[in-house]
Design a protein around this ligand. Structure first.
Ligand SMILES: Cc1cc2nc3c(=O)[nH]c(=O)nc-3n(C[C@H](O)[C@H](O)[C@H](O)COP(=O)(O)OP(=O)(O)OC[C@H]3O[C@@H](n4cnc5c(N)ncnc54)[C@H](O)[C@@H]3O)c2cc1C
Length: 157
């Protein structure tokens, strides 16, 4: 399934000493979106070569944090080992993407691996910029200031 490419098969911007890998479909992010896309594609064809790049050891089911805040679930119940969430027919690479090169259908990871693909799905979630509201970050978690959008925040709610 995983096919190492020789550096000479790609453009000169790649260090010749780097090992390149190719997958039919590469999915960036193993959150709810990445896992769902992989599962839906595999449901249609089990033979697809799908790689999921996800750095986290744990999978967080964020929508359930509303239930944590409501006292119906524990935070622990919303956290599962990532390996149990990745569809069995997909490959998980525990790494993070640091650079995209869409002109060459390639990307680079934190570990220094260069991957090429036929199709790319990008779903790394969002970053919450608490600092856009001065003082908010410091205030969260005390005096009744709460947000279910931070891990642990729902417990305080
Ligand atoms: C309290 C709460 C309630 C919610 N309720 C709902 C709801 O009712 N319905 C709904 O549709 N949505 C709801 N959401 C939103 C919900 O969280 C998202 O719909 C869903 O989790 C988004 O999934 P995602 O995969 O896009 O992002 P995430 O679940 O955040 O996953 C992104 C993944 O990408 C990985 N990643 C990040 N950067 C990189 C990188 N550089 N390389 C590789 N991987 C990377 C992260 O480690 C992470 O695992 C709720 C969220 C919260 C917090």
């Amino acid at each position: 399934m995983v096919s190492p490419l020789s550096a000479s098969a790609t453009s000169e911007s790649v260090d010749p000493s780097e090992q390149l890998f190719h997958h039919q479909i590469v999915i960036v992010g193993g959150g709810s979106a990445g896992i769902t896309v992989a599962a839906q594609l595999l449901k249609r064809s089990r033979s697809l070569d799908i790689l999921i790049i996800e750095p986290s050891e744990q999978h967080y089911y964020q929508p359930a944090w509303t239930l944590v805040a409501g006292g119906c679930m524990s935070l622990e119940e919303t956290v599962q080992p990532q390996k149990d969430q990745i569809p069995k027919a997909a490959i998980w690479r525990q790494d993070a993407v640091t650079q995209f090169d869409p002109d060459h259908n390639r990307l680079r990871t934190q570990a220094g691996t260069v991957l090429s693909y036929d199709y790319l799905v990008v779903c790394p979630g969002i970053q919450i910029d608490w600092d856009q509201i001065p003082g908010l970050k410091e205030a969260l978690g005390s005096n009744g200031v709460c947000s279910n959008y931070a891990i642990g925040g729902a417990t305080y709610t």
